[in-house]
Ligand binder design. Structure first.
Ligand code: CA
Length: 232
């Protein structure tokens, strides 16, 4: 049997850390836990885990500091474990280089899905994408031709709309912050007011989604950003 990935859990709430470790081991991942940020940093360097699950409120270090330190030397995927209603914290973590976040309390299927996505991105980073087409459900995006189809029908997007959709598709399964989208599409000097992004998103959803109020392809992460559905 193939060895599964090693996951480092940095979380001081013992019941949460135990629950996550048990869920991971049930899926044959290797799990290593610590309740301290400093020990987490040491383990990140010595174990070179495939993924870090990181609580932001640690007894010795701010979790943000852990992200910053790891990012000085490694692009290993980091998923932040965050409390509900902490949108600012989630945005800050993502902007520092975290790959995703999971809102506590953590459910096992959600956790495993996010871990698989982050590991896939981790393994794919640094490689050129072999296939040039993104497909999820009835949505198809051809990066080479810059063509978007929904249920086989070509959809006409403006230049800006296409850039937004392509950026989200390239990061499918992961939340992308408003600021990250704005600076990717309009450049770093654009005002970080996200009204223009919301207007574009409303137009995109009208074109792509059967029911724009209940999107299937591009999901809103309230107060944080957008998430394209995972590729199929
Ligand atoms: Ca904590």
């Amino acid at each position: 049997m193939q060895t599964k990935a090693t996951v480092l859990i940095i979380e001081d709430e013992e019941n949460i850390a135990d629950f996550i470790a048990t869920s991971l081991k049930a899926q044959e991942y290797k799990a290593v836990s610590t309740r301290l940020g400093k020990e987490g940093l040491a383990l990140a360097a010595s174990l070179c885990p495939d993924l870090i699950l990181l609580d932001l409120g640690l007894p010795d270090l701010d979790g943000m500091e852990v992200i910053r330190k790891v990012r000085e030397w490694s692009g290993m995927p980091i998923i932040v474990l965050s409390a509900r209603n902490q949108e600012k914290e989630k945005v800050e973590a993502l902007d520092l280089g975290a790959d995703d976040y999971i809102t506590k309390p953590v459910g096992s299927p959600e956790l495993m899905a996010r871990i698989r996505t982050a590991l896939r991105h981790g393994a794919a980073s640094g490689q050129t994408k072999a296939e040039n087409v993104f497909i999820t459900g009835g949505l198809q995006l051809d990066f080479g031709k810059r063509a978007v189809r929904v249920n086989g029908e070509e959809v006409h997007l403006t230049q800006v709309e296409y850039k937004i959709v392509a950026f989200l598709a390239a990061n499918a399964g992961r939340v992308v912050t408003y600021d990250a989208i704005i600076s990717h599409v309009w450049g770093p000097y654009m005002d970080d007011n996200n009204r223009i992004l919301r207007v574009n998103m409303a137009n995109i959803r009208r074109k792509l989604e059967q029911n724009p109020a209940e999107p299937r392809y591009i999901h809103t992460e309230i107060g944080v950003g957008y998430r394209m559905a995972e590729e199929e």
